[in-house]
Design a protein around this ligand. Structure first.
Ligand SMILES: Cc1cc2nc3c(=O)[nH]c(=O)nc-3n(C[C@H](O)[C@H](O)[C@H](O)COP(=O)(O)O)c2cc1C
Length: 316
């Protein structure tokens, strides 16, 4: 796959740890055939060490175009992992240079690579030499501010990155405040490779409003339990309550293929906020679903919700 051939705007599901696992990616694909899917981030060192970590990256053919995101800081490990990943038949490798978590940054991974541009470039170069996969980078505006963004972006491009995604916040901000896309537009006008904007996009139509000179946008939090957010509202109707519950059920059943009942019920709670919303008493039903400790109860609840006639339109 070459980014040059991907239809514009490039619309992506953001990599999210604990969220964008294969079941959820399959659900997003079910609703939208074109959105670009990213895995949760995966430690490159763990990938090389553990069969279990490699197994977690299993995906279904329907997930294409699909990218695996890796974090780490050893160019050699990135090269060795990429050689193996190339045989998975995926579209490319994305390197995490934006995670602000203390644990990640203290190990000189994630956002720490913004402070170590030489290592960042060596990682890209080593993957490029090891395999023929596309290599992209997801990073932030900078450490404390955006003053090094253009210089950093140019270095990544020269090292062989074929696409860059920028989350419009700094490391210091983590998830606080609102994202700032102005420096992302400026970066794009200084690079030849595609640039994707990320941060606070609510849905496809909002992404189109924000896209400016960029090649695409990426949606994270607003997509959790809302796979319809990637659809153009001018072409597709809002999902009905029935649609939401049907897809939630389908999603849960995919989840159950890889998780045992009690774990699946617990982890599925993360998605319920959006699936079960926008109707009278939705909050009470969510609480009720979150209390379910067995599947029969969970399914009964979903069936009862389906019988509720939609009272209002959904926010999307
Ligand atoms: C629960 C959660 C997990 C995340 N995990 C990752 C990750 O594994 N890799 C990554 O690059 N970013 C990760 N992010 C950041 C998102 O990809 C995205 O950059 C951020 O949420 C901003 O976009 P949004 O405003 O559309 O959510 C995560 C965010 C959340 C909320």
């Amino acid at each position: 796959m070459s980014w040059a051939d991907v239809k514009r705007p490039i619309v992506c599901l953001a990599p999210m740890d604990g969220i964008t696992n294969s079941p959820y990616r399959q659900i997003v694909r079910r609703i939208n055939k074109e959105v670009i899917l990213f895995s949760e981030f995966t430690s490159v060192d763990g990938f090389l060490r553990s069969e279990l970590v490699r197994k977690r990256l299993k995906y279904e053919p329907c997930e294409h175009p699909f990218f695996i995101q890796l974090f780490g800081n050893s160019p050699e490990n990135f090269a060795n992992a990429s050689k193996i990943i190339e045989n998975f038949g995926i579209s490319g490798v994305d390197i995490n240079m934006g995670c602000p978590s203390k644990k990640i940054v203290n190990s000189q991974h994630g956002s720490a690579l913004m402070k170590a541009p030489e290592t960042a470039c060596k990682i890209i170069d080593s993957i490029r030499n090891a395999c023929s996969l596309e290599v992209s980078v997801k990073t932030r505006l900078g450490w404390k501010d955006e003053k090094n963004l253009i210089q950093f972006g140019k270095k990544l491009e020269s090292a062989g990155a074929s696409l860059i995604t920028i989350h419009g916040r700094t490391y210091d901000q983590a998830f606080r405040g609102t994202s700032n896309w102005e420096p992302i537009y400026e970066l794009k006008s200084n690079l030849s490779i595609p640039v994707i904007g990320n941060g606070d996009v609510q849905d496809y139509n909002h992404g189109i409003e924000k896209i400016g000179n960029l090649d695409g946008f990426m949606i994270g939090r607003a997509a959790i339990g809302n796979p319809w957010c990637f659809l153009n509202r001018k072409q597709y109707p809002e999902p009905t309550l029935n649609d939401r519950i049907e897809i939630a059920l389908e999603h849960y059943l995919l989840f159950r293929r890889i998780k045992e009942e009690i774990v699946a019920l617990r982890e599925f709670r993360k998605y319920l906020g959006n699936y079960v919303s926008g109707f009278k008493n939705a909050k009470n039903w969510r609480v009720r679903l979150m209390e379910c400790n067995d599947e029969k109860d969970f399914f009964d609840c979903l069936q009862k919700i389906k019988k509720i006639q939609p009272i209002i339109t959904f926010a999307g």
